[in-house]
Structures are given as structure tokens and as C-alpha cells.
Write a protein that binds this ligand. Structure first.
Ligand code: ARG
Length: 595
């Protein structure tokens, strides 16, 4: 369906051309003075310059021309030359009806140019538990993926495990100190390696921090770990077997953690999967003269004349020939181009990594790993801070494990749900159901708290605010949906089934306002996808929930005596609920039946 703005623009454009003005002046936008009108056109101001007359002389003519148009309730020319538009009740009701009939899409057409888009939004490091730093990329990336999918793009999420860096060497060396007799360390061993891993998940999670701490004090240990990393990358068999064990032990746990976040990946590739592409890629960069040695390392210059700050060369290999973070990212591009043929690769990673991505992207382009039509985009997100404005930490100052953080919020939410239940006395929610509801609402609280901010900005993770049932929060949105579900249940409890959509003219300003907000769904979603901006979906549903609650407080729905009118209200409520639920689904959370 055409967006409302486009339909109105078409009408206004016809009026402009009918009076001999260029069509470009007919552009209409949402009113920035909702107290005066619903849509506005400022074209007369610009046209006045071209046609050398006073703007209101043009706006007067256009308003006059449009006055009889059935789509509009009023069209006013306001000095100096604004055209203020209000839509007619019939027109908006008809638009809403068509939206409701377009089940599942609600007037939002899929894109005409579907693209294949790889979204890289995991980045957990194996053998290290997920921490809050990985929360933002998971939350934002999942939503970017779902929004794109809703618009008809072919979206491929890749977890891109961190499994090829120094942390691997550290784990290997720590394990060697603890269990030196394991066959994995014997270079002359050429039998089969055991199927059972030599550690459990909790041992593994304890090994890494121990090794990391040791490497900071013990230079020799660190050197051994660097060497082990190098040997692993060069294909040392025992170490490869250990890597396989590490992955087998940690991946199921990572999957479980992501599942709890309602996040899932199409591809479970890791940095290590890109290694086979490294030798040819490096050779090409050398052969074609892109790569040269600098201070012992192999680098590609990526600075450009127009740079206003220094962009250091992109490191391709370390002096010992080991791969670096940039090496695996470049080789992963080669792999993705070959396997997925993407039109675009989007990376979700901390904004502090922006230099890394500038270097990698420039290097990939310069050396021809991607042709120019492939888009490479880093969405750098800001830091999640605690209430003190500093990066979020545990009470003792350590890095917060994601699991603990989520548990804390689940508990907070459970408390609120039970309090709420006591207040309402009549709700007979069992303990298990309460726990389930708390989880659903807690996830909405965390995700909405994150997604409602523009990704690039830092934000304060404020559990109290995020879990509040009032204000611009996830629980408020869910509460609004639950309220609608309860009205619909009561309607049905009277022995009636839910009606097929039938809409009457809006009866009040609040009802018309609700319809106007609903009608913006298609344009909003297309724009959120275009700009990879989940926060726009959040802003929209907050406005929609407010518009609904405004309507609801003024309107007696269940006691309405005119049956046709009641059906119209119920239709409107169903459409609002469906759109809210579609939106929270693309944000990656859901609503309970009650709360
Ligand atoms: N593993 C990295 C980290 O924990 C994030 C990876 C982001 N993605 C990428 N392709 N570089 O910082």
C-alpha cells in the first residue's frame, strides 16, 4: 500500500501542476504542529522564489484547489505560505480498513529490491562466558536482522565466534601446566585423539581467567601462549584437537545463552573457519603489490589523501606469521563472498572498534576482496553504563556475566509481577506461570531499554527504570498489549467471536489520532530498515501505545450499545494489537497473555 504521505503528496502535487507550478513543490510531510494540522506542505515557500511572488499567493491557490477534495477535512493556507492539511474521517477510516485486510503486512509492502545481507552480531569468545559487552550486539543485531527480513531481504546472521586469538594459546598452555601428560601436547603422537574433552565447561570457564591473569605477571608463560597460538594457527594437530574440544564444550552453552535472549544465528562460523582462506589471500596481496613489510609485520597501507585523522596501515600478518583480528576479518569477507554472495555485510561491534573496521573495509576494497557494489557497514554501538555513568560492572567491580545480570532482572520482575497480582487479588497466576511471565517481561525490559536508544549512543542500564510499568519502557508496551488481550477476551466471553475488520469513521479526536499513528506503520518500518534503526520502531510503538491508551481512557468499548460501533472499536483494537505485536517481534521480544 502507498504510504499516507505519498497519497497526500500525490494530491497536492496535482494541485501544484494544475496551477502551472513544478511538481517538486507538492511534497507533504507529517505536521510538526499537530495542534494545527495533521500533514503539511511547505512547497509554496520554495516555489515563491522560483515564480517570484509572495508564498501565500501560491498557498492560497493550492488550498482553494484542494478544498473540495474528499480525502481532506480541511486544507488551509496560513501566512507566510504554509499549507495545513487535515484528513477526512472517511478517508482515514478507509485506509485503516485496507491495512487490516492486508493480514500480517498491514499495508507494508516488501522491498522491490531484496538484498542478501550478512549480519555479524555475535562475537562471543569461546571458553569465556558471555558478558554484558556482548549483550548490545546480540540485541541490536537480532533486531536489525528481523527488520530486514520483514522488509523481504534475505538476512543471514553469523555468530562469528572469537576462537582464533591469543585466548586459545592461553587456554592450551594453562591446560598443559595442569595436565602435562595429555597426548595433545606430545608432538610425536600420531594416534587418534580421545573423544572425551579433558575438561568440563566449568573447568574451562575457570581456566581462561586463570591463564589470562598468569600471562600478565609471567612473561615466559605469555610467550609460550603466543607460540601455542601460532602453532595452532599453523595447524599443529594436538592443538587443533583441543580447539575442537573447546568448541564442543562451549558452543552448546553459548547457544543456550543466546536462546534465553531470543537470539539465533543462521551460521555458527568462527574466526578459525576463515583460516583456510588466509594463505591465498595473503599471497594475492603480496603478488599484487598491496602488502609490504613494516617493522617486521606484513601490512597494507589504507590511508587516503582526504583523511583528516591518521589511519594506520592494516596489519595482515604478525612478524611470526600469525593471524590477527584484522586477518580473520578479511579472510571471513572472502569466505562470505564465496558462500553467501552478499550485497551487504553489517557488523555490530562496540563503537571503540571503529578504527579496526575502517582499516579492514578499506583494505578489503583496495585489494579487491569485494567489488564496489558490496556494502560493508559497521554499526558501532555505545557503552552500556551503570548508574554511576561508568561502564557496567558487578558490585565488586568485575565484568558482569550476562547470565547473572539477566537473573537479577528476572528476580526484580518477578517481584513486581507478584506485587501487581496481589493488588488485583482476583488474578490466579500460579507460581510457575509468574516465573514464566517475569522472564518474558524482563527480556522486554532489557531489550527495549537498549533498543530505544540510538545504537551509537552510550546509555545507562537502569534496572529500576527499565522494569517500570510506566513511561517509555518495554513493560509499559507489554502492559498495553495485555490490556488489549484482556478486552478481547472479555468481548469473546460474552459469547461473541471476534469480528471481521469493519471500521466506522473515527468518533473522537483520540480515535482519529490512533488511526493516524497506525497508518504510519508502513513508512516507519521501511525507514527503520533503510536506516538499520531499531530505535525508530521503539519510538513508534511508544507513540502507538500512548495513542491507544488515550483512546481507551475516553472510550467505553465493552459497554458500547451500538453494535456496529462496538465492532468498529474492536476492529481498531485488534489492528493496534497486531501491529504492536509485529513490532515487538521484530525487536526480538514478545508479550505474555497476562501480567
Ligand atoms: N570477538 C570480538 C570481541 O569480543 C567481537 C567480534 C565482532 N565481529 C567482527 N567481525 N570483528 O570484541
Amino acid at each position: 500500500m502507498k504510504t499516507l504521505t505519498d497519497i497526500i503528496t500525490d494530491e497536492v502535487t496535482i494541485a501544484f501542476t494544475a496551477h502551472g507550478y513544478d511538481e517538486k513543490y507538492g511534497k507533504v510531510s507529517l505536521s510538526n504542529r499537530p495542534d494545527l494540522c495533521e500533514y503539511q506542505c511547505n512547497g509554496a515557500m520554495a516555489a515563491a522564489k522560483e515564480y517570484k511572488c509572495a508564498p501565500f499567493m501560491i498557498s492560497d491557490k493550492i488550498a482553494e484547489e484542494l478544498r473540495e477534495n474528499k480525502k481532506f477535512e480541511s486544507v488551509e493556507s496560513v501566512k507566510p505560505g504554509f499549507i495545513n492539511i487535515k484528513l477526512s474521517a472517511d478517508f482515514i477510516a478507509d485506509y485503516i480498513r485496507r491495512m487490516a485486510e492486508d493480514k500480517g503486512r498491514f499495508g507494508c509492502e516488501q522491498t522491490e529490491n531484496p538484498k542478501t545481507i550478512v549480519v555479524d552480531y555475535g562475537g562471543p569468545n569461546v571458553a569465556k562466558p558471555l558478558h554484558v559487552g556482548h549483550l548490545r550486539s546480540a540485541i541490536i543485531g537480532e533486531s536489525v536482522k528481523r527488520i530486514g527480513k520483514f522488509m523481504g531481504h534475505h538476512m543471514i546472521g553469523d555468530v562469528h565466534l572469537g576462537d582464533w586469538g591469543l585466548q586459545m594459546g592461553l587456554i592450551i598452555m594453562e591446560l598443559k601446566e595442569r595436565q602435562p601428560g595429555l597426548v595433545y601436547f606430545d608432538e610425536n603422537y600420531d594416534g587418534e585423539y580421545p573423544k572425551e574433552p579433558p575438561f568440563t565447561l566449568s573447568e574451562l570457564e575457570e581456566i581462561y581467567p586463570a591463564a589470562s591473569a598468569k600471562s600478565k605477571e609471567d612473561e615466559k608463560f605469555k610467550e609460550a601462549a603466543l607460540l601455542a597460538t601460532h602453532e595452532l594457527q599453523q595447524g599443529r594437530k594436538g592443538y587443533q584437537a583441543l580447539l575442537a574440544h573447546i568448541l564442543n564444550v562451549s558452543v552448546p552453552d553459548l547457544k543456550k545463552n543466546y536462546e534465553n535472549l531470543n537470539v539465533s544465528f543462521e551460521l555458527w562460523n568462527g574466526e578459525s573457519d576463515a583460516q583456510p582462506y588466509v594463505p591465498d589471500m595473503v599471497q594475492m596481496m603480496k603478488d599484487r603489490g598491496f602488502a609490504h613489510m613494516s617493522e617486521g609485520a606484513l601490512v597494507v597501507d589504507v590511508s587516503e589523501e582526504t583523511d583528516t585523522k591518521e589511519i594506520p596501515p592494516c596489519m595482515i600478518l604478525k612478524s611470526d606469521g600469525s593471524s590477527l583480528y584484522s586477518t580473520t576479518d578479511l579472510a571471513t569477507i572472502v569466505m562470505r563472498i564465496q558462500d553467501c554472495h552478499p550485497d551487504s555485510i553489517i557488523y555490530l561491534a562496540d563503537a571503540r572498534q571503529s578504527m579496526h573496521f575502517i582499516q579492514v573495509f578499506r583494505c578489503a576494497r583496495k585489494t579487491g576482496l569485494v567489488d564496489e557494489h558490496v556494502e560493508l557497514k559497521h554499526i558501532g554501538f555505545g557503552t552500556m553504563n551503570g548508574k554511576d555513568g561508568k561502564p557496567f560492572k558487578t558490585r565488586s567491580g568485575g565484568v558482569m556475566r550476562l547470565e547473572y545480570l539477566l537473573n537479577e532482572i528476572n528476580e526484580e520482575m518477578l517481584k513486581k509481577i507478584t506485587e501487581n497480582q496481589k493488588e488485583k487479588e482476583n488474578l490466579d497466576i500460579s507460581d510457575e506461570e509468574a516465573v514464566q511471565i517475569a522472564k518474558t517481561v524482563a527480556l522486554a525490559a532489557v531489550k527495549y531499554g537498549d533498543l530505544s536508544n540510538q545504537a551509537g549512543k552510550d546509555y545507562i542500564f537502569d534496572i529500576e527504570r527499565f522494569t517500570s510499568f510506566e513511561g517509555n519502557t518495554g513493560p509499559y508496551i507489554l502492559y498495553t498489549i495485555v490490556r488489549m488481550k484482556s478486552i478481547l477476551n472479555k468481548y469473546e466471553a460474552g459469547g461473541r467471536s471476534l469480528p471481521a475488520a469493519a471500521f466506522q469513521k473515527p468518533q473522537s479526536a483520540s480515535e482519529k489520532n490512533l488511526m493516524l499513528v497506525l497508518a504510519r506503520f508502513n513508512a516507519m518500518m521501511a525507514n527503520a530498515s533503510e536506516e538499520t534503526a531499531p530505535h525508530k520502531v521503539c519510538a513508534y510503538i511508544y507513540e502507538l501505545a500512548n495513542a491507544f491508551n488515550g483512546f481507551y481512557h475516553e472510550t467505553k468499548i465493552l459497554t458500547e450499545e451500538d453494535e456496529q460501533q462496538q465492532i468498529s472499536y474492536i476492529s481498531l483494537l485488534m489492528l493496534t494489537k497486531d501491529i504492536l505485536e509485529t513490532c515487538i517481534d521484530v525487536l526480538g521480544f514478545s508479550a505474555p497473555e497476562r501480567m
